[in-house]
Ligand binder design. Structure first.
Ligand code: KIV
Ligand code: NA
Length: 265
């Protein structure tokens, strides 16, 4: 199997082939998503929400992310493994950002890193890219800045924020980013940005004009029971299937039906 690289992702945009990305946080899920042909597995800091149960992505640490990322790397034979640097690890000095990036690459075996933000962190992004580490940008609703935004609502609906997003996207491209995630912005804006960039855009809640799409795997499998934003398409009802399966197991244990003759030594 030929590994998907950042060059593969770039040529997909040039050929007009849409890029598929899903999050993954563990070995078994990574293996299944990889077998299904998912182009990019994102070890998102959304692990803080859907794996660990935190309200925001702020509490997850670099050590936590390295643990998740190394598990996903071991499960992915074909997909490019992209990993979020967590809050606080790259917004300070370029030296600190660089050290966090190097630790992640060395200790997890990831192929590329994602950092939230535009011009504010451009020097830090450049330092990481100059070391040979591919970087994906992330603009729009950047959840690590939730305390600045105050809500998880749609971003860049007003002209000023839209204009900044457009110039940030170009700046990220000029800095050498290989792609940029656009989260929860108007579809028309995402399409305009996608058409103005050479590098691919990967949308989540950003409409059909992006060069690829990403969803949180727990959301698209229906494992996050009460999370039903407009952009989400569910492909399973995993939460209710797990409840049903566990309830059957509990009943089988209580009744003495499990284990039977063929299930014991
Ligand atoms: O952490 C995450 O899951 C993400 C995607 C939603 C883009 O950053
Ligand atoms: Na993230």
């Amino acid at each position: 199997i030929k590994r998907v690289t950042t060059n593969t992702i770039l040529s997909m945009k040039q050929q007009g082939e849409k890029i598929s990305m899903l999050t993954a946080y563990d070995f078994s899920t990574a293996k299944a998503l990889d077998e299904a042909g998912t182009d990019v597995l994102l070890v998102g800091d959304s692990a803080a929400n859907v794996f660990a149960g935190y309200e925001t992505t702020l509490p997850i640490t670099l050590d936590h992310m390295i643990y998740h990322a190394s598990a996903v790397v071991r499960g992915a034979k074909r997909a490019l493994v992209l990993v979020d640097l967590p809050f606080g690890e790259y917004q300070g000095s370029a030296d600190d950002a660089f050290k966090a990036a190097v630790r992640m690459m060395k200790e997890s075996g990831a192929h590329a890193l994602k950092l939230e933000g535009g011009v504010e962190i451009l020097d830090n992004i450049k330092k990481i890219i100059h070391a040979g580490i591919p970087v994906c940008g992330h603009l729009g609703l950047t959840p690590q800045a939730i305390n600045k935004f105050g809500t998880f609502g749609v971003r860049a609906q007003e002209e000023e924020e839209a204009a900044k997003l457009k110039s940030d996207a170009l700046a990220l491209q000029d800095a050498g980013c290989f792609a940029v995630v656009l989260e929860k912005i108007p579809a028309a804006l995402a399409q305009e940005v996608s058409q103005s960039l050479r590098i691919p855009t990967i949308g989540i809640g950003a409409g059909n004009g992006c060069d690829g799409q990403v969803l949180v795997v727990n959301d698209m499998l229906g494992y996050t029971k009460d999370f039903k934003p407009k952009f989400l398409r569910r492909y399973m009802n995993m939460y209710s299937d797990v409840v049903d399966a566990a309830a059957k197991y509990v009943a089988d244990v209580k009744s003495g039906d499990y284990p039977n003759e063929s299930e014991q030594y």
